[in-house]
Design a protein. Structure first.
Length: 131
């Protein structure tokens, strides 16, 4: 999205939240087009577009055709993969906000998942017990 906005001379509408220490590489806007003469840069940009598009299709499929419990499990697994930790420091309200639903529904689903030994709930933590 950032590259598209640079090329179209538009302001990006993307918002990113770093949950851990993060390194950020910024490329000057005036260099974006010039870098496309390098095959490595084109390959990087195209493979990144492809990966993001595949993720988007997966999420749309999940939202459209899955039950909320599958959506919550997928959300937790992806978050664990992103942080590299099985214990997530997150509240039920934060999950509800991210998935655009009610906290009570998330809490009910998480308790059911805990009863099925899929996860363990703690105070503002969720430990995934299954891969």
């Amino acid at each position: 999205m950032a590259i598209n906005c640079c090329q179209g001379h538009k302001k990006s509408s993307i918002k990113a939240i770093a949950e851990e220490d993060t390194e950020l590489l910024q490329i000057p806007v005036n260099m974006i087009d010039a870098w496309f003469k390098y095959p490595e840069w084109k390959t990087f940009v195209n493979s990144t577009y492809g990966a993001r598009f595949a993720e988007l299709i997966e999420v749309i499929d999940l939202i459209a055709f899955s039950n909320m419990d599958k959506q919550v499990l997928h959300y937790l697994q992806e978050r664990a993969k992103a942080t590299g930790a099985r214990i997530l420091n997150i509240t039920h309200q934060q999950i509800a906000d991210e998935l655009h639903t009610h906290r009570e529904a998330i809490s009910r689903l998480l308790r059911t998942m805990e009863q099925k030994n899929m996860l363990r709930l703690g105070r503002n933590t969720i430990e995934l017990l299954m891969p």
